[in-house]
Ligand binder design. Structure first.
Ligand SMILES: Cc1ncc(COP(=O)(O)O)c(C=O)c1O
Length: 395
């Protein structure tokens, strides 16, 4: 799944170009940098490949979400509707701008249910934030309509889904803004990194400022920049951007391999009684980083996950996972913040202890994902497919 599996000469060459100049920062130092601007090049490459007008590369996917939310003007007291199945970073970003995460059920697409999102909307809701989990998309048509009808902003957390599309449009370009992660286990990696993409020049300008202490980047040099707004340091280094540049150019190759390997695993599992697959609103647009399948009930899913692990096949049983599913987010439910949270936020978080999400549980207790590797040989793929099917069939 992650680009690091195919780390090679392209990545080394791009990093070497930065090391030759010694200019590791993305801004300034023009005389020394010999025309090398890896972060800027990565932004241009992302725009070109994803069909976005603007890209802001930052230090992580979490920073990208935080930057996007700030650039959209989301702050104290605003509510962001988001799914119960995501990575903790999605709610961390919402909390970090002073807003309140409002959780809503996922459906059999493993992403935000449009019906649940509609029911979660209240007078303070500003943003609906679907998370395109495990490489494939939420039902963007329904969510886009929901936002349009209610005057809300659609922000896509596409951190796990670079290269996936929805009816031909890259994920991240359907909403007002979209965010990606380039951490070490993503399809495209920088080591650590992330990006916001948007077609809105004002949102792009605010992202550029917010991610660099509010600098307007208009001065003759960095010291002469003005600071029209408050910002923070979410900059990416040139070294990280150089890796990402090489990786993003290889995205079509990564996707082609993922799709081929994914198809072989799906075919092997298709003949196993009781197995159904995650619903994908536009199957042709899946980036195929994982195969996610459901068993008829929880006990069967637990047994299958155990059998897969015994056979040496990674099985992500998300229901028990303490990073990705709300069931184990005790620190969120306890509002366990090092510093005092706004009163309203704390109340909403503690209130999660009293809430249940049976519709999410009904899906999440039955689903298993297994990652799709990039570096497998034909023989390894065939062996993986056979072992996977045998483990699930025998469970
Ligand atoms: C859905 C989702 N959102 C946000 C992030 C945060 O990305 P990063 O690890 O680059 O901060 C991740 C990372 O795993 C993720 O999976």
């Amino acid at each position: 799944m992650p680009g690091f599996e195919l780390w090679g000469d392209d990545e080394r060459r791009e990093v070497q170009e930065v090391l030759e100049t010694g200019v590791l920062m993305r801004f300034g130092f023009e005389p020394a940098r010999k025309g090398r601007w890896k972060a800027k090049e990565l932004e241009a490459e992302l725009c070109r490949r994803l069909g976005a007008r603007h890209a802001q590369v930052v230090s992580s996917g979490t920073a990208a979400l935080t930057t996007a939310l700030a650039a959209l003007g989301v702050g104290a007291g605003d509510e962001v509707v988001m799914p119960t199945f995501t990575f903790v970073a999605s709610f961390e970003a919402v909390l970090s701008v002073g807003a309140v995460p409002v959780l809503a059920d996922v459906d059999d697409s493993l992403t935000l249910s449009p019906a649940a999102a509609r029911a979660a909307i209240g007078p303070r809701t500003r943003v609906v934030m679907p998370v395109h989990m495990c490489g494939a998309m939420a039902d963007l048509g329904a969510l886009e309509s929901l936002c349009r009808e209610n005057g809300m902003v659609l922000l896509e957390d596409a951190c796990q889904a670079i290269g996936a599309t929805w009816h031909g449009r890259a994920l991240g370009t359907v909403g007002k803004a979209g965010c990606f992660s380039f951490d070490y286990v993503k399809t495209v990696t920088c080591g650590e990194g992330g990006a916001v993409i948007t077609d809105d020049p004002e949102v792009a300008r605010r992202c550029d400022q917010f991610a660099d202490h509010g600098h307007d980047h208009l001065g003759a040099d960095r010291g002469a920049d003005l600071h029209p707004v408050l910002g923070y340091n979410f900059r990416i280094s040139e070294l990280h951007a150089a890796v990402g540049l090489a990786q993003v150019r290889r995205l079509p190759t990564f996707l082609e391999i993922q799709r081929r390997h994914h198809a072989a695993l799906v075919e092997a599992l298709s003949g196993v009684p009781g197995v159904t697959f995650r619903r994908i609103p536009d199957p042709a647009g899946d980036s195929c980083t994982f195969v996610s399948f459901l068993l008829p009930e929880e006990e069967k899913a637990r047994a299958a996950a155990k059998a897969m692990q015994a056979a040496g096949i990674p099985a992500m049983y998300w229901y028990d996972n303490n990073w990705h599913y709300l069931r184990r987010w005790d620190h969120l439910k306890d509002a366990a913040s090092l510093s005092r949270l706004p009163e309203g936020t704390e109340r909403v978080l503690r209130g999660l202890r009293e809430r249940s999400f049976p519709a999410s549980d009904a899906v999440m207790a039955r689903v298993i994902s297994t990652p799709v590797g990039l570096a497998w040989t034909g023989a390894q793929l065939a062996e993986r497919a056979a072992k996977l099917a045998a483990a699930v069939r025998g469970a």
